[in-house]
Design a binder for this molecule. Structure first.
Ligand code: PLP
Ligand code: COI
Length: 366
């Protein structure tokens, strides 16, 4: 799709007005999730004629967009989410960023956006993290959350793939996604709304999927729940995923099961990593369809002992309760179960460099 794209190096133009060190330290002490942004952002432009160009890391600043920019009307947009982790020796690492690069390319293809070469994706995050190294928190489970995204900037109201596109990466220091930290979350089973249908955009990471999840997410909150759980659109029977996380079931024999990639589920990198880490630890792992009936019966019979959600932002979060118009299910004791805790510790130990990275998942950034 692109014409003459040469290697993109994302050279750094440093900000002349960075946030004062004392204020930055104050932010890093309690960043929450998605509240604060660093001093820089990475950017590149694509045009149908010239391919990718104008790549740089520049001071963080508002964008100037024509009001007719296609993204504002037809939501031609895709994004990614990954984290930079500071290790005990001060070095900074990303977890499987090549997988994010590949998923961004798959999402872009589905949204008729140009694909960014994997090396360019990696260069953009490396250069941004180098420029904003002081913003990578240390201690606890904090990290620098990176949000690469691509938007259709062409000023044109006709409905077709835009011929001008912008790629950006912004960064935000992150503590825990859920305000309660490792406290179990409750989830609402959405029966009125589905997230994605076969042939739709569910397996792409595009903003529209999240826009469509906001109303069911509000319903979840009205029912006292933290997150919404979606079932498949055709039969309304098969468990898919949460608004921004994949889901796992732990069985009484220690095996773990996650819904198979159905074509409408987002292929989570945390999900895939847990299949591998659990298998490494000798657990039986399964990807298959899981029905809501199996969920109910499994909790009633004691076969399902724990349920957890997983994703970059949420890491691994225990699901204490499932609420639906048909009643409420409590998983195990309603707290974090031992298998959830073990997998969480294993994953975090790899990400923070406390455990051998046997799969070569970590990439050093600084
Ligand atoms: N499912 C949805 C809808 C998501 O938004 C995310 C978060 O990115 C995930 C699953 C988990 O994906 P990952 O583990 O790659 O962060
Ligand atoms: C992530 O985990 O990176 C996500 O994208 C989930 C949510 C913040 C959209």
């Amino acid at each position: 799709m692109s014409a003459t794209t040469t290697a993109l190096g994302f050279a750094i133009s440093p900000s002349t007005s960075p946030v004062a060190a004392a204020r930055r330290e104050e932010i890093l002490a309690d960043p929450g999730f998605g509240n604060f942004f660093t001093d820089h952002m990475a950017t590149a432009t694509w045009t149908a004629g010239a391919g990718w160009h104008d790549d740089a890391v520049v001071p963080y600043a508002p964008l100037v967009l024509d009001p007719s920019a296609a993204v504002l009307h037809y939501a031609q947009e895709v994004f990614e989410g990954l984290k930079a982790y500071r290790h005990a020796d001060g070095s900074v690492w990303a977890f499987r960023p090549e997988a994010n690069a590949r998923r961004l390319a798959r999402s872009a293809r589905r949204l008729a956006l140009p694909e960014l070469p994997e090396e360019a994706f990696l260069a953009s995050i490396e250069q941004l993290v180098r420029a904003d190294e002081a913003w990578v928190p240390s201690g606890g489970e904090s990290s620098l959350y990176l949000r690469p995204f691509m938007i259709a900037t062409e000023a044109f109201l006709g409905v077709r793939a835009a011929r001008e596109v912008r790629y950006l990466v912004i960064a935000s220091p992150a503590g825990s996604y859920f305000a309660g930290g490792l406290k179990p979350v409750s989830i609402w089973l959405s029966q009125d709304y589905t997230r994605a249908a076969l042939g739709g955009t569910g397996s792409a990471k595009c903003g529209g999927n999240y826009a469509a999840s906001l109303l069911p997410q509000q319903q979840a909150a009205e029912h006292g729940c933290d997150q919404v759980c979606f079932v498949d659109a055709a039969e309304r029977r098969w468990v898919e995923e949460l608004g921004g996380m994949n889901i796992y079931f732990v069985h009484d024999d220690g095996s773990i099961v996650t819904p198979a990639l159905s074509g409408s589920i987002l292929e989570g990198i945390t999900r895939a990593s847990l299949l591998q880490l659990a298998a490494d630890a000798g657990r039986a792992v399964e990807e298959r369809r899981v029905s809501v009936e199996e969920w109910r019966e499994g909790v009633a019979s004691g076969r399902i002992t724990e349920v957890f959600a997983c994703g970059t932002a949420a890491v691994i979060t225990p699901v204490g309760r499932l609420v639906s118009p048909d009643g409420e299910l409590v998983h195990g004791t309603g707290g974090a179960g031992p298998v959830t805790e073990e997998l969480r510790r294993t994953l975090l130990d790899v990400q923070y460099g406390r455990r051998e990275d046997t799969h070569g998942w970590m990439r050093r950034l600084v």
